[in-house]
Design a protein around this ligand. Structure first.
Ligand code: HEC
Length: 406
């Protein structure tokens, strides 16, 4: 497809994805907040609690029924389309960005995996993720929410490790996000909505609603609540090459997920007690530790120090001489895509706005170039232009020496 059209399609779908995602997560946060803030002292007959709130210049009074009101209201608002549309647009985006250019975005460079095989693994992982999750929830573990949570976490970490063997860092991350997103929407579609329909049906028929269904719905809805923060990180992880570009990207993701679940837990419980206040400083400390342990060893790339005799930054003249080689490397390995007019068929304009046609542009972008090609091996994307370790090392050395161009 014409890359210009793909870009606008990407824009439109991504925009809708964000809007519906915000609506979905907003509703999820709001209802968990409602549940946690209900005033449960001396509730009226048939209620489990009520709550007063002020917002947008008006005062609201909400009441929650123990199970159901004696008579159904005329209008009952449901929350499902934001979930469904988030998933549908998410899968569309996955297809537009990752599957239609699987050789560039999805396949792990050097893994030798065919693009179509990678797409099949990706789609399979979404389906398998849901079935494994649903099976675990319905197993005996379902009665032990804490243990279930730990097993689910281990399962997701395993999935992300396995995906990192075949997918690029970004490809692996986005699939973990998509697996979690599929689980979340599956919970809405297969568990929460049927439970709610059962409840409404019972009320309309005047029978006693089965308390099992809402209980199951509540557990799944809690899972969704805890899963939102890791998913949100994954959706913006694209901006953080030090995470997905790291050799142990799956472990970094696991660490960030633990941190986010700790934070979520505090916000879910703080109204009842401050018992979990420790999770906030712990999460902050965890973030610092994670940044520390995953830091690049040194900016001087290992290939360089083992090959060359001097690890010392070059002096002025040497830097300029070095640039002659660096320029050649960048023009050969990067400008098929990163040019005013890219020749790679997948791009109509320079990706991420990074243009590397002239020495001045190369100098201007030096820190980003280092982040993408020296500290990590993210660029060239899919290593399509087959950049070597020695070339990466040379760019690193040139940058260290002040990125001189003359
Ligand atoms: C096959 C095409 C392709 C090649 C070759 C390529 N890139 Fe990229 N590059 C991309 C795409 C696509 C993006 C945008 C990624 C995204 O969606 O965020 C990008 C983004 C970047 C960014 C911006 C990252 C950011 O967000 O800060 C830098 C810097 C970069 N590339 C440097 C390079 C360098 C240096 C080379 C050569 C060694 C190179 N790229 C080779 C496709 C390519």
């Amino acid at each position: 497809m014409d890359p210009y059209i793909t870009e606008w399609l990407n824009l439109a779908v991504r925009w809708v994805h964000m809007i519906t995602g915000v609506a979905w997560i907003g509703a999820s946060f709001y209802f968990v907040w409602l549940e946690n803030n209900l005033n449960r002292e001396n509730p009226k007959e048939g209620l489990s609690g009520d709550l007063w709130a002020i917002h947008g210049g008006g005062i609201y009074h909400l009441e929650k029924y123990k199970l159901a009101p004696p008579k159904m209201p005329e209008t009952l608002h449901w929350f499902k389309w934001e979930a469904y549309f988030t998933w549908i647009t998410g899968v569309a985006l996955l297809t537009i960005v990752f599957y239609s250019n699987a050789d560039i975005y999805l396949v792990k460079p050097g893994s030798g995996i065919e693009p179509m095989t990678a797409v099949a693994i990706g789609v399979g992982s979404l389906i398998a993720g849901w079935f494994v999750y649903d099976f675990l929830c319905d197993s005996a573990l379902g009665k032990k929410p804490m243990l279930l949570g730990i097993v689910l976490f281990v399962f997701l970490v395993f999935a992300s490790w396995a995906l990192s063997l075949v997918f690029s860092g970004r490809g692996a991350y986005i699939h973990v996000g998509a697996i979690i997103g599929t689980i979340m929407v599956g919970n809405v579609f297969r568990i929460i909505m049927p439970a709610q329909r059962g409840l409404v049906k019972a009320i309309e028929e005047g029978t006693e609603p089965d308390p099992e269904l809402p209980a199951k719905g509540l557990l799944r809805s809690r899972h969704n609540n805890y899963l939102t923060l890791p998913v949100l990180f994954i959706m913006i992880s694209n901006h953080f090459p030090s995470t997905y570009g790291n050799e142990y990207n799956w472990a970094i993701l696991a660490g960030l997920s633990v941190i986010s679940v700790l934070v979520r837990h505090y916000f879910n419980t703080r109204h009842g007690s401050q018992k979990y206040a420790w999770t906030i400083p712990t999460a902050a400390l965890g973030l610092v530790c994670l940044a520390f342990v995953s830091a690049p060893q040194s900016n001087a790339p290992s290939a360089a120090s083992s090959h060359s005799h001097d690890a010392v930054a070059p002096s002025g003249n040497e830097g300029a001489t070095m640039f002659v080689s660096v320029k050649g490397i960048i023009l050969e390995r990067c400008t098929v895509c990163h040019s005013q007019s890219p020749t790679h068929p997948a791009f109509a304009t320079a990706p991420a706005g990074v243009i590397l046609d002239t020495p001045e542009q190369m100098q201007l972008e030096v820190s980003r170039i280092v982040a993408q090609t020296v500290t990590t091996n993210i660029m060239p994307l899919g290593n399509l232009t087959q950049m070597t370790q020695e070339e990466r090392a040379l760019i690193g050395k040139w940058a260290e020496g002040g990125a001189q161009i003359q």
